[in-house]
Write a protein that binds this ligand. Structure first.
Ligand SMILES: [Zn+2]
Ligand SMILES: [Zn+2]
Length: 328
């Protein structure tokens, strides 16, 4: 297979990929369908921002955000059913049951983290150790600017964490299981080893608790943009949207079976960060996964970083002396 030259790199030599927006198919169907699948994404972003901007304090809470998040995902599940991107990504019962395990696990860990860290001493310690006067300039900014800065700064950190995962073996071991998914759908963001969740979540937590409104707005940008990383819906996203934001197209390339293609599009919401650092490739892929699309079991996903990490250590340092070696 010949690859496609994109800047300095050649992608698509190992597995088929599409490069360039002009080569990506448009939504099929009449004008109403075209209209809906062109304007759905910007409209939802606008509606969510307007909601959090104007919502009274009594309902502007994290629990409302979680409820909206679930409602939004159910709505998108409906769109997947009406207008799937690829028939090969259609949800099967087996996929759904496995996905729901990870979604449940994610919520459980969130709950635990919230109970032990969320309203506990940790946040208070962080808040007390801060010189809040230094942040007066920030709180003086317009609310939407605060929200943008939180969203962009968080995504900037996540970009480098994600890129680090693809370039440093110990971090890669925690992220690799997520790359064994062979299709994108609404629940696939939750699939992976929990250690990864912890690493990605590092740096959020209660840090922004002093600015609930701006943080909730930033979270709604994450919901209304980042969710499209893992979804099986064909959209005609407007040009400005795909220039600024990460899309299913971008993230499908990131999950491609083609190694070079997967080394692109690391951002969560703001694909402009990839454009800034030369890692953005505009395009899409249908054939996803690792090792030719081998399915990784839940059990393997849970133990992968530890089992593979142990193997790597043994390869590197030989059989360690004085440490018990598990039977093979
Ligand atoms: Zn990745
Ligand atoms: Zn992904």
């Amino acid at each position: 297979m010949d690859g496609i030259r994109v800047g300095k790199r050649v992608i698509g030599a190992q597995a088929p990929v599409t490069v360039g927006w002009e080569n990506i198919p448009r939504v099929e169907g009449g004008p109403v369908k075209q209209f809906i699948f062109t304007w759905f994404q910007p409209t939802m972003l606008f509606v969510l921002i307007a909601f959090w901007y104007y919502a009274p304090n009594s309902i502007a809470k994290a629990s409302t955000a979680i409820g909206i998040g679930i409602g939004f995902k159910v709505l998108l599940l409906g769109l997947e059913w009406v207008n799937p991107r690829y028939a090969s990504w259609r949800l099967t019962w087996k996929e759904l049951v496995t996905d729901l395990f990870y979604v449940g696990l994610g919520y459980t860990l969130l709950r635990l983290a919230d109970n032990y860290v969320g309203d506990g001493a940790m946040i208070e310690a962080i808040q007390h150790s801060f010189d809040w006067d230094k942040f007066a300039w920030f709180i003086g900014l317009p609310l939407l600017v605060q929200a943008f800065l939180i969203s962009f700064t968080f995504d900037f950190g996540q970009y480098w964490m994600h890129r680090g995962m693809h370039n440093w073996h110990p971090l890669w071991l925690t992220h690799a299981p997520h790359h064994y998914i062979t299709q994108l759908n609404i629940n696939k963001g939750a699939v992976g080893n929990p250690v990864e969740l912890f690493l990605i979540g590092l740096g959020i937590g209660g840090f922004f608790d002093f600015l609930p409104r701006a943080a909730l707005l930033a979270g709604s940008i994450g919901l209304a943009v980042g969710t499209y990383q893992h979804i099986n819906v064909r959209f005609n996203s407007p040009r400005w949207w795909r220039f600024l934001f990460n899309t299913t197209e971008h993230h499908s390339l990131h999950h491609s079976q083609d190694y070079e293609a997967s080394r692109s599009n690391y951002a969560g919401s703001w694909i402009v960060i990839d454009r800034m650092f030369g890692t953005c490739v505009d395009g899409e892929a249908e054939l996803l996964g690792m090792e030719g699309g081998r399915r990784m079991s839940i059990r393997e996903t849970m133990v992968y970083p530890f089992v593979e990490g142990w193997k790597s250590l043994k390869e590197r340092f030989g059989r360690p002396v004085g440490i018990a070696v598990p039977a093979e």
